[in-house]
Design a protein around this ligand. Structure first.
Ligand SMILES: [Zn+2]
Length: 157
């Protein structure tokens, strides 16, 4: 898979819109990138405010699949939460990106997921129903085995 930073940079204005909303509300903001099946065309959902709001409703309409997400984290923390990992694996997302702010500087990191890894399906199957410590443990396994981190150089305002 290509560097996910290249993909998210195509949606730089929406990344900035998410940051703007985040500054205003101090809540998680984000959007979902959708892919038309058997096509390379990408589209996005609208930017929304609230915990994983961009995924709670059917995020991508007919004939589209979830290709990736962008969401903001408070306190300048990039670390994907166990819920972030669970969500990404559930949708078999090839990548997701997290934005943080420190000293009013906006930063983005992306995480690619190797869904072809031999342990992907079994880990996904286990994580679907996992909670608490078991979810923590499985998300660490997923990160170690098939999730790769990329620091993005984005033109953010
Ligand atoms: Zn998160």
């Amino acid at each position: 898979m290509q560097n996910p930073c290249d993909i998210i940079s195509e949606f730089g204005s929406q990344v900035n819109e998410s940051f703007d909303l985040f500054e205003k509300t101090r809540r998680e903001t984000g959007f979902t990138i959708c892919k038309v099946l058997d096509d390379s065309k990408l589209s996005t959902t609208s930017t929304c405010v609230g915990e994983k709001c961009f995924l709670t409703e059917k995020p991508c309409y007919d004939h589209k699949e979830v290709f990736g997400t962008f969401h903001t984290h408070p306190y300048g923390i990039f670390r994907p939460s166990p819920i972030d990992i669970k969500t990404a694996l559930t949708f078999r997302m090839p990548f997701f990106c997290i934005g943080t702010e420190r000293n009013s500087k906006r930063n983005v990191k992306c995480f690619s997921i190797n869904t072809e890894h031999p342990n992907f399906e079994i880990t996904r199957h286990k994580i679907l129903t996992a909670e608490g410590e078991e979810l923590e443990r499985l998300s660490e396994i997923a990160k170690k085995n098939f999730i790769k981190e990329f620091e993005c150089k984005l033109e953010t305002t």
